[in-house]
Design a binder for this molecule. Structure first.
Ligand SMILES: Cc1cc2nc3c(=O)[nH]c(=O)nc-3n(C[C@H](O)[C@H](O)[C@H](O)COP(=O)(O)O)c2cc1C
Length: 192
């Protein structure tokens, strides 16, 4: 069983993202999204800077969001073929709920790297919050996360970056396992 809710350790040992393209309704309602963002904001953050923010794409703005992405894609790749453009639209329209997370570093003595790490941690926490509400989440970036036009379209300011697009919903098919690295590859004892 994935995302086993019976205990915190059972959940963490079985945590799994959903595939956004397989997510269907229901997704979280507006109050649940707000509660999820409050949970996500309980993230380690050196200096209490809150160097991240969340931009929800409301359901009735998803079509406009798709049009914004399509225009950004076409501006960057004027030779794009119809199938590519359709894939961009599918990306924007998949899953019931979409929350973008922006890395939003402050002018501070806290290193930028630490602030950006905190943004990644906030995304991870948002995925946990989706599971805590009985949904699954999926963290995607794709070209769109690196597009200055998409960042501007989301209201991004100078210095901000798109940390991820977090899609949330209900899986339409059973989640399957993903290979995890063997412990001996990622865990070692310092030998001095
Ligand atoms: C920063 C970041 C960006 C990602 N972008 C994509 C993406 O664009 N497309 C994709 O298929 N998976 C992407 N992934 C991987 C998925 O979010 C997810 O981690 C993966 O499917 C494994 O799921 P898990 O959370 O159950 O380990 C990204 C992961 C991270 C950390």
């Amino acid at each position: 069983m994935f995302n086993d809710p019976t205990s915190l350790s059972a959940y963490l040992a079985s945590r799994r993202s959903g595939k956004p393209r397989d997510m269907v309704a229901p997704g979280p309602d507006r109050d649940q999204v707000a509660a999820m963002v409050e949970m996500a904001a309980r993230t380690p953050d050196h200096g209490k800077l809150a160097p991240w923010r969340f931009v929800v794409i409301p359901p009735d703005r998803r079509e406009a969001f798709a049009a914004m992405l399509e225009a950004a894609y076409l501006a960057e790749r004027p030779e794009a073929k119809r199938l590519e453009i359709e894939a961009v639209r599918q990306f924007a329209l998949q899953a019931p709920t979409l929350i973008t997370v922006l890395s939003s570093p402050r002018d501070s003595h806290i290193p930028l790297w630490e602030q950006e790490l905190s943004a990644g941690a906030a995304v991870m926490n948002l995925l946990h919050a989706a599971n805590a509400h009985g949904f699954v989440g999926g963290w995607l970036t794709t070209w769109a996360a690196f597009s200055p036009a998409v960042l501007a379209g989301l209201g991004g300011r100078a210095g901000e970056k798109i940390a991820g697009f977090v899609f949330v919903g209900t899986p339409s098919r059973a989640l399957d396992e993903r290979p995890r690295p063997p412990l001996d590859l990622i865990l070692s004892d310092w030998s001095g």
